[in-house]
Design a protein around this ligand. Structure first.
Ligand code: ADP
Length: 534
């Protein structure tokens, strides 16, 4: 067989040739902007030429600080197809972390939405390698008067078209992304052309996300968070229409896009779908066939609420920046399809089956032995595959995160059923160690969020003199609902083991969120750091 390299240039050329009329819609302040793959491809080629003109090194890092937009999609292809490395920056990182990742990756140029310049420009002097800042005008924000600053459209207008054929070696770096760094500085993961192409094919498989030519894909998950779960590249490869939410991730705006653009596949973290559900009440969602959700555990109650109201349960996926991220998807196996609705809901609340291409094992952290797939024994999930990182970029911490045979240690603890369904018990650092036993904060949260009065709940470990750690539940009530701690515990006592019952229930206004919209247990733990239980 021929050794044809798997490069994004091949994906780009196919899309340019086959799908010139496919839509790309970007929501904006004055309504949606519409373009198609034909003009996107033409502009992407000129952007490749612009990177040459700017003098970005042949393999230079191109930072982006941008929302999900058609212009960001131009960068998604122009940078890697011209040999450069796309580095998506998370605008919600703490300033020091943002400065750290720009410097660590050696970004030579940063393309920033005008609305996001404020988080970046004031610190630019701390990033000496950044020679150009290209401003993508999205309507608001100050633009500094400085020779380093260039307007995106001006740059493109005068740029020559690039052949975008600079990449021959499929192992060459295409893009990079840093984890959001819940502890210490973020760690960088570098994706190769080969890994991105294989991951895109992985997302198109019928038994995974089944991204196809007939789809209208709405990636709500930001393009700066784990590559928007690979959906942008997969959609370009498949020829799906793309709908981008821009800066407005409010439930009303997202629900409007879903309905108006007749989206068939939408993807985001659970907190997004919690908000959107109410907005979809009574609206026409008949085009929707997949609501993909991951990044943290999908509460069973949320998935069931979608099934009942929208007629479509949530399709849960599990993965991490290090796994590109798609690693497992909770499809119901055909031989289980006849189970009761209750059992099916349980299957969908699991993290699912490893996708083709990703191999999985669970390992007892104490002994290092592989645990059986019996649905009871738990251990750390370890994975391997062609789109799983082999190391962190230039980081001594790599050694802690990989097993001696190279498998990635995910830091997630899970059981696996005999059928292969992963049930994620917890992150290693969130699990509650009570008297020598483990309590799964994820399972407990899931049960609490099943209470009709509860909007959000996060369970954290609090030090206990007697038990080492005990669970404390932080609960946000639905507007207008009332519930006491005793009532909640009484309700829970019919659903979980007695020793799992939280020692305290604290009612709070909102669960703090991380930079990518997940519940931030780190923030909760520090907020209640003085709490001590008997
Ligand atoms: P960060 O580590 O910065 O949050 P990632 O997006 O890479 O960024 O997070 C990956 C982690 O998110 C996983 O290791 C896991 O703990 C959690 N996660 C992802 N998907 C799921 C899921 N479906 N259920 C439970 N946890 C999930």
């Amino acid at each position: 067989m021929q050794e044809a390299p798997l490069t994004l240039a091949g994906v780009f050329r196919r899309a340019e040739r086959l799908w010139p009329t496919k839509r790309i819609v970007t929501a904006g302040r004055s309504g949606p902007t519409r373009t198609d793959f034909g003009s996107w491809a033409e502009r992407t080629r000129r952007l490749g030429g612009a990177l040459d003109r700017l003098g970005v090194s042949d393999d230079g890092r191109v930072g982006t600080l941008a929302w999900n937009t058609a212009r960001h999609l131009e960068l998604y292809f122009a940078a890697p197809c011209s040999g450069r490395v796309l580095h998506t920056l998370n605008p919600r990182l703490f300033t020091d972390q943002l400065v750290y990742v720009v410097n660590h990756a050696d970004d030579e140029v940063v393309f920033a939405d005008r609305s996001l310049l404020g988080v970046f420009w004031p610190h630019v002097e701390r990033m000496p390698r950044v020679r150009h800042v290209v401003v993508i005008d999205d309507g608001v924000g100050e633009v500094p008067d400085d020779p380093r600053v260039v307007d995106y459209e001006d740059l493109l207008r005068s740029a020559p078209s690039s052949a975008l054929d600079q990449v021959r070696d499929e192992r060459r770096a295409a893009s990079m992304c840093y984890t959001s760094g819940t502890t210490g500085n973020p760690k960088g993961v570098v994706y190769s052309h080969r890994s991105v192409v294989l991951h895109s094919i992985g997302a198109m498989l019928a038994d995974t996300l089944a991204v196809s030519e007939a789809d209208v894909v709405l990636p709500v998950v930001p393009m700066f968070h784990a590559n928007a779960w690979g959906l942008c590249q997969a959609a370009v490869m498949a020829g799906s229409d793309l709908v981008f939410p821009g800066a407005d991730l409010s439930p009303a705006a997202l629900a409007g896009l879903l309905v108006d653009e007749r989206v068939t596949l939408a993807a985001g973290v659970p907190t997004i779908w919690m908000g959107v559900l109410e907005q979809l009440r009574g609206r026409d969602t008949s085009a929707l066939t997949r609501i993909v959700c991951g990044g943290s555990a999908v509460p069973r109650s949320l998935s069931e609420a979608y099934r009942q109201q929208v007629g479509l349960p949530i399709l849960q996926a599990w993965g991490m920046t290090e796994t590109s991220p798609l690693a497992s998807v909770a499809r119901v196996r055909s031989e289980l399809a006849g189970r009761s609705e209750e059992e099916l809901a349980d299957i969908r609340a699991s993290q699912g089956l490893a996708v083709p291409g990703v191999e999985l094992r669970i390992v007892d952290p104490a002994t290092g032995a592989e645990a059986p797939w019996d649905g009871k024994s738990s251990g750390e999930i370890q994975v391997t595959g062609p789109w799983v990182a082999a190391a962190y970029y230039d980081d001594p911490r790599s050694s802690e995160s990989f097993a001696p045979d190279g498998w990635l240690r995910t830091g997630d603890v899970a059981t696996v059923s005999p059928e292969g369904y992963i049930h994620l018990v917890d992150r290693t650092k969130d699990v509650i160690k009570s008297g020598g036993e483990w309590i799964s904060s994820v399972d407990l949260e899931n049960e609490i969020m099943g209470h009709p009065a509860v909007a959000e709940a996060a369970v954290v470990a609090v030090p206990s003199d007697k038990w080492m750690e005990r669970p404390v539940a932080c609960v946000v009530l639905r507007p207008g609902a009332s519930l006491t701690g005793e009532e909640l515990v009484a309700w829970l006592s019919e659903r979980v083991a007695k020793w799992w019952l939280p020692d305290e229930v604290l009612f709070i206004d909102e669960v703090p969120k991380t930079s990518v919209g997940k519940f931030s247990k780190k923030d909760l733990r520090s907020r209640f750091a003085d709490l001590r239980l008997p």
